[in-house]
Design a protein around this ligand. Structure first.
Ligand code: HPA
Length: 275
């Protein structure tokens, strides 16, 4: 099993430092399907392609650019990942969340993560935004599997508050101020790339999930392990399989992301101002 060493994470961080000079990012942002445009709105941007960072993988998913953008957004020092890695692209969970540890070494103490996901909760609608309160990830091995790197965190990290309660409160206030309805719920991870079956969606509902998606959980586990605060948002891009009598399509997801663009970026920006 491949296992990165602490020295490798440091090497990646050093390569980035050589590009960004004395800039120290505070908030790492991982933006999901069709939501990467916020990276284009970063002020005084320095873009570093993943291909130029040692040990970084490239993201192959549609709508994922494959670069890190450093700069400021709403006065906040950010490092935006335009494009994330997914397990379904063939990467291990350790590879999927590699960048989180590198961004931690560069100074980030907060991870703001977004995704598009299927809506499991029948009382909600496609197009709604959801604040992630917790996740279920029973169908994946841990990104922390293998030798623990104590420089990042403990062998058995607590996971009771992966999605930082104080940041959830920040999100509620921001949404209220902007008059953006914000759902709150549990995100359930499925590895994909096939969408879930209707039976799997029923299972997710019984298990307590409100949304199903193919990302986020690995990066959040890794961020929690190395002591980062986490704020997560889901765009419920479609009703999950079996709820409506229609097949799911990637185009539907991208269209929903485009339609939610203003609402979503307004909310994220308002949160950044408050962090
Ligand atoms: N399931 C899993 N991932 C997704 C979905 C879905 O319905 N929609 C967008 N990403």
């Amino acid at each position: 099993m491949s296992q990165y060493t602490f020295a490798q994470y440091q090497e990646s961080a050093d390569a980035i430092r050589a590009r960004i000079g004395g800039f120290v990012p505070k908030v790492a942002m991982i933006l999901g399907s069709g939501l990467g445009f916020l990276g284009d709105e970063v002020e005084n941007p320095i873009a570093v392609p993943y291909s130029q960072i040692p040990y970084f993988k490239t993201s192959t998913a549609p709508g994922h650019k494959g670069q890190l953008v450093f700069g400021t957004l709403e006065g906040q020092r950010v490092a935006v990942m335009q494009g994330r890695m997914h397990h379904y692209e063939g990467y291990s969970y350790e590879e999927v969340s590699y960048a989180v540890r590198v961004l931690r070494l560069l100074g980030c103490d907060t991870l703001l993560v977004t995704n598009a996901a299927g809506c499991v909760n029948r009382d909600w609608s496609a197009g709604d935004l959801m604040l992630i309160t917790d996740h279920i990830k029973i169908f994946m091995e841990s990104p922390l599997r293998g030798e623990n790197l104590p420089q990042f965190g403990p062998r058995f990290p607590d996971a009771s508050h992966l999605y930082t309660p104080a940041l959830r409160q920040v999100a509620r206030q921001a949404a209220e101020e902007l008059d953006i309805p914000l759902r709150e719920g549990v995100y359930m991870y499925f590895p994909g790339p096939q969408y879930e079956t209707p039976a799997e969606v029923r299972f997710a509902r019984i298990a307590g999930a409100d949304a199903v998606g193919m990302s986020t959980a690995p990066e959040v586990i890794t961020a929690g392990h190395c002591g980062m605060q986490v704020l997560g948002f889901t765009l419920l891009s479609n009703m999950a399989a079996g709820i409506l009598d229609q097949p799911l399509s990637e185009q539907e997801v991208l269209d929903a992301a485009a339609a939610a663009r203003e609402k979503f970026s307004g909310l994220v920006r308002a949160c950044l101002r408050r962090l």
